[in-house]
Ligand binder design. Structure first.
Ligand code: COA
Length: 260
């Protein structure tokens, strides 16, 4: 599969997806959003891929937002379609059923922050800058930012970021729970790949159900979320991997999970 603005590499069960438009700090134009859609569907389908690292090309930027050249040329009613397309692709990433680790190697602004938030986990380089600066362009986030940010960091912190458009340092993002870890720029990719490889070795069905239970459960009442959890627990308890995991523990050996 070939892409205009994405690089896709494989390292055993881990796929590394790199957004590759460094000349515009990896800004997301429509072609890149469509590349992402196709790549994500391919990675979902490929059973040999068990975890994904998502990063940006170059040292300066993860993704510096939606492509402002395209935004500036949008006819009025096209804005809604534009937002819906991006939201659809980011929803696919969030609900891929495999862990996606964002390796935030620099600016994650606007659509870049939104893309990172759609990922399962986020590791930031200490040089990263993260924010939702749309307000400074006279617009609002359109790729899920108002919804995911408030769920991730709480209403007050989200409103402050959204209304000021301020760029946070990696340390500030860590403190508010917007990223999971901060590491040196040099160790970002190795650390993100190591985390992805660790997750890739876990039981794939259990991984998928944990992601599903958390994502879907957050959108319903506690009671319904617990019911969903119990149902997924019932399903996962019928897998070969469940027998392998419990046998390996009792036999004092490492489990080998097959995703069945
Ligand atoms: N869309 C399109 N092009 C973008 C872009 C975006 N979101 N972000 C950066 N670029 C382009 C710049 O126009 C510039 O192109 P040029 O070399 O042809 O002039 C190139 O990328 C490098 O960016 P530049 O602004 O020169 O780098 P900088 O180090 O001075 O500033 C940023 C970096 C990230 C602070 C600045 O580029 C910026 O504010 N970008 C927009 C962020 C934003 O508002 N995102 C939300 C969009 S909805």
């Amino acid at each position: 599969m070939s892409f205009e603005n994405l690089l896709l590499e494989r390292d055993d069960a881990v796929a590394v997806l790199t957004i590759n438009r460094p000349q515009v700090l990896n800004a997301l134009n429509s072609a890149t959003i469509d590349d992402l859609r196709r790549a994500v569907l391919e990675l979902k389908r490929d059973e040999t891929v068990r975890a994904i690292v998502l990063t940006g090309a170059g040292e300066k930027s993860f993704v510096a937002g939606a492509d402002i050249n395209e935004l500036a040329a949008l006819p009025p009613v096209q804005g809604r379609e534009h937002a819906l397309q991006g939201q659809h692709v980011f929803d696919l990433i969030e609900n891929l059923g495999k862990p996606v680790v964002a390796a935030i190697n620099g600016y994650a602004l606007g659509g870049g922050c939104e893309l990172a938030m759609a990922c399962t986990l986020r590791i930031a380089a200490d040089t990263a800058r993260i924010g939702q600066p749309e307000i400074n362009l006279g617009i609002i986030p359109g790729y899920g930012g108002t919804q995911r940010l408030s769920r991730l960091v709480g209403k007050g912190a989200a409103l402050e970021m959204l209304l000021t458009g301020k760029q946070l340092t990696a340390a500030e993002a860590l403190q508010m729970g917007l990223v999971n870890r901060v590491v040196s720029a040099a160790s970002l990719l190795p650390d993100a790949k190591a985390l992805a490889a660790e997750l890739a070795a876990k039981a794939p069905v259990a991984v998928q159900y944990i992601i599903d239970a958390v994502n879907r459960g957050l959108e319903v009442s506690f009671d319904k979320g617990q019911f969903l959890e119990a149902t997924l627990f019932g399903l996962v308890a019928s897998t070969e991997d469940m027998r392998e995991g419990t046998s390996a523990f009792l036999q004092k050996r490492k489990p080998v999970f097959k995703g069945r």
